[in-house]
Design a binder for this molecule. Structure first.
Ligand code: PGA
Length: 266
């Protein structure tokens, strides 16, 4: 199964986390619009600004209206339509601001905010019900890797996070394998280690669903993706793009990654 012969459109997604203020978000969105103008892209570009910047980034990308190839994503949502959930963000609000994707289960949400698999599963289901595409993150800590538990951790996270999600909904999802020890550390998984994890996840999806479903689901790699490592990562058969943190905050480095991913699908 190779990403040059399969039908999975690769993705270059930027996770801006709680970085860039609203004007910084506008500036980067303007830069992306200009850099991508007139290019015919083979990959899908997504930016996930902090929720507070989403409206401004959306307006910037869509000026002039409808011209930007860049899609928007939120970084989280609460799995209820509305209600007494102080500080949380609704799917309806995200959609109104122009988002079509939402990052769920990011390791920072799991560790800093103690989000558990079943809560992330509720979020995945809710996002799908509301017509948002989850970018569902999974990945092991260094301790778990050193203890030889990578596959056990991934199996638990994927199985629990996708519980009761039907095959037709599963194919709409995007998964992101992000080894926690590689996030923001400058340490990237070797392309071989990343491919082994992606293949394991795809085979697991084949068991949870069926081979055709598994073959359609995009699995992104995240963790210190940079312009100089993306080409080798994206050339792995089961890596369908990148979820990029730090290197998505600067136009030059994000464009380098977008180009690397785009060329893989040319
Ligand atoms: P990083 O973050 O690229 O800065 O390692 C990736 C992520 O957390 O999605």
């Amino acid at each position: 199964m190779s990403n040059t012969v399969n039908n999975r459109q690769p993705i270059a997604a930027g996770n801006w986390k709680m970085n860039l203020d609203i004007s910084g978000g506008r500036e980067l969105a303007t830069g992306l619009n200009n850099a991508l103008a007139g290019k015919s892209l083979n990959c899908q570009v997504i930016v996930c600004p902090a929720n507070l910047s989403l409206g401004a980034v959306s307006a910037t990308l869509n000026s002039p209206a409808g011209k930007s190839p860049v899609k928007l994503g939120g970084q989280n949502l609460y799995p209820a339509e509305s209600g007494a959930f102080t500080g949380e963000n609704s799917a309806a609000g995200l959609k109104e601001l122009g988002a079509s994707y939402v990052i769920l289960g990011h390791s920072e949400r799991r560790t800093i905010f103690s989000e558990k698999d079943d809560f992330i599963n509720q979020k995945n289901q809710f996002a799908l019900d509301q017509g948002l595409t989850p970018i569902f993150c999974i990945g092991e800590t260094l301790e778990e890797r050193e203890a030889g538990k990578v596959e056990a951790v991934l199996e638990k996270q994927v199985t629990a996070g996708m519980k009761e999600i039907s095959a037709p909904n599963a194919v709409k999802m995007v998964l992101a394998y992000e080894p926690v020890w590689a996030i923001g550390t400058g340490k990237t998984a070797t392309p071989g280690d990343a491919q082994a994890a992606h293949l394991f996840i795809r085979q697991l999806l084949g068991k949870l669903y069926d081979e055709s479903t598994a073959a359609q689901i995009r699995i992104l790699y995240g963790g210190s993706v940079k312009p100089d490592n993306i080409t080798e990562l994206i050339s792995q058969p089961d890596i369908d793009g990148g979820l990029v943190g730090g290197a998505s905050l600067k136009l030059d480095s994000f464009m380098g990654i977008i180009e690397g991913i785009d060329e893989s699908a040319a």
